[in-house]
Design a protein around this ligand. Structure first.
Ligand code: C2E
Ligand code: CA
Ligand code: CA
Ligand code: CA
Length: 279
């Protein structure tokens, strides 16, 4: 009826209003988040699949705002990207991650890998490679222990700056990882055309490998293909012992997920390393 139609209509406009209001609120608060020290970087270990030893960590942003409470990266990263705030926020993540890696290297007297997510706008910047070079100079860590995680969104525009930055980064010796592998349309052709070092199988494929033979088949194929292309393969989102055993049998190289550890504040991650290194 006409009445119902109007109700549905108001429902949708209310919903749109709420979404828009929330988005504006998040954007407004995000503008001051860095300067108010509301952003922190957590570290989630990843392990060598064969022996479960921690060999590195992925840097993951966390945001606590007094008005909004905890806001997830899935909500604020796209807004940071659209507004350009990702440039300063991304720089903060890079600096924090390099400083942490340098600290671990000095303290434990060996190298750990540090994986850092880089968004399209950051990657498209002319000065991005200069920033990396400056950080490498400042923190004296081996370029090969730094890995930049990019999704195919970074490569989609295919413009010259991206090509240039990718080869420049590869020339410096910094590693490049294809994140969320399997979720996009073009990951395969990109793997062939760009100098990737690592392939990170998306957690949506790992989820069901113990119950869905199709997913298990796909993950096995992705690992075999990665190895065929001389890439290291990481499985993310490993939550159970059963998933771990399957991935070990499939000769996956590295693993990441709640089974090993959630993302941790830097001090807690270091306590975990301390425990491991003293054994
Ligand atoms: P991502 O790069 O795919 O990161 C992995 C996400 O999976 C993280 O979510 C992590 O906490 C979560 N995760 C790890 N192990 C498990 C598990 O066993 N089970 C489940 N269910 N989840 C697991 P998080 O921290 O919420 O980050 C979400 C996304 O936000 C990231 O996805 C990444 O795309 C983006 N992000 C986070 N930090 C940054 C950053 O510093 N820069 C940029 N550009 N993006 C970031
Ligand atoms: Ca990632
Ligand atoms: Ca390389
Ligand atoms: Ca992912």
């Amino acid at each position: 009826s006409k009445e119902q139609g109007r109700n549905t209509y108001t429902f949708f406009t209310d919903q749109m209003n709420n979404d828009m209001h929330r988005r504006l609120k998040v954007e407004e608060q995000l503008r001051n988040a860095l300067k108010n020290s509301e952003l922190t970087v957590y570290f989630q270990p990843f392990v060598d699949i064969r022996n479960r030893k921690i060999i590195g960590a992925e840097a993951l942003l966390r945001w606590y705002n007094p008005e909004l409470g905890h806001v997830t990266p899935d909500e604020f990263i796209p807004i940071a990207e659209q507004t350009g705030l990702i440039l300063s926020i991304g720089k903060f993540v890079l600096e924090t991650a390099f400083a942490a890696a340098y600290h671990w290297q000095t303290y434990f007297n060996r190298q750990f890998k540090i994986a850092i997510n880089v968004s399209p706008k950051q990657f498209r910047e002319n000065k991005f490679v200069d920033l990396l070079k400056a950080l490498l100079g400042q923190y004296d860590i081996k370029p090969s222990s730094v890995e930049l995680e990019i999704t195919e969104g970074v490569l989609l525009s295919g413009d010259l700056v991206i090509n240039h930055n990718l080869s420049a980064i590869n020339d410096i010796g910094i590693s490049i990882s294809m994140d969320d592998f399997g979720t996009g349309y073009s990951s395969l052709s990109y793997l062939r055309s760009y100098p990737f070092d690592t392939l990170k199988v998306d957690k949506s494929f790992i989820n069901d490998i113990t119950v869905d033979p199709g997913d298990l088949e796909l993950v096995g194929a992705a690992i075999a293909m990665g190895h065929g292309l001389n890439l290291n393969v990481v499985a993310e989102g490993i939550e159970t012992e059963e998933q771990y055993q399957l991935l070990n049998a499939l000769k996956c190289d590295y693993g990441q997920g709640y089974l090993f550890s959630k993302p941790l504040p830097q001090a807690e991650f270091e306590a975990l390393l301390e425990k491991q290194e003293s054994i």
